[in-house]
Design a protein around this ligand. Sequence first.
Ligand code: ZN
Length: 364
Amino acid sequence: MLCHAKLRVTQLVAGLFLWGVLCSSPSEGGDLVTTVPSHHTASGYRNSSTNDTKGLGSLLKWRWEALWKNIPSADAYQFPMAENDSEFLRSNREKTTLTWIGHATLLLQIRGRNILTDPHFSERASPVQWAGPKRAAPPGLALEDLPPIDAVLLSHDHYDSLDDETIRRLAERPTAETTVYYVPLGFRHWFEERGITRVVELDWWESSSTDGKLKVTAVPMQHWSKRTPFSRNGTLWAGWVVEVEGFRFLFVGDSGYGPHFREIGERLGPFDLSAIPIGAYEPRWFMKNHHMNPEESVMVHQDVRSRKSVAMHWGTFVLTDEPLDEPPRRLRTAMNEKNVPAGDFLVLRHGETIVLEQEAETAP
Ligand code: ZN
């Protein structure tokens, strides 16, 4: 009995860690003068298309209800790992490839450039490594096996996307000098504190081109930011569009479903390849504004006009109430209902690489 109570308390404490990851009571702040963009506030940033008023009471309600749902822990899952060819990935300069390393961490190789998204190679998505959401599967590619990284794309400050230990390890690599970090507004100082100075900080719809060939654009997402009890929406959140020699890639990052996807499709689409989140969506009354479900992920695939999409933000950390292996099943059903061909929205195994030629194909 005592053991049972202890488990419940542990779950509650773990849930409070998630406050910084998943839920919100966004600070709307006051408007600055009218010349600044409408998503800027006096104290930070806000979403363009949703008013979310959920606060601490809603958070506690969610955590309290979750206590009685017997949500399986990360240890309950065994995901099949793909065997990738890290030697090929390190030497590849010609082929366009995408490797799902886990959660929102992807390696995109395009026209000889290596781009890493939301790098996370640590055991937990948490400010500490002794508590908080633990991995259900190891990184599908070891950090040491990565090729030299040209660009890192960061979506926002939550612990499942921005991992301090991983950023420090990346900065210690012999090839770290050449890595450019593309970040939303408000992160430059955080990176400089870790000795990283090649930081390009962008607002929504702003673009940067370091060598005239690789163009990176920040795009709006419907999310929020919080990393400590004292900060809330003080840094911006964003998705990223990468364009190289006519090839267009969209990294959604973390977002609820909203009209911004259609706008991204209209302004910057169609996309040759997109990475779209499919997990961390239950319960809907609490998550809907900031996390899409698989049915909405299919709508995003169509809204942005993506030729091929890859699922991400699932199967790695237990962050919300749905079973960790549920998102791919729901995605398949939603694709059938919307007549999306099976090969157009792929669910990869951890570590799996796809090679995109004229037509994408799975790597041998
Ligand atoms: Zn997040």
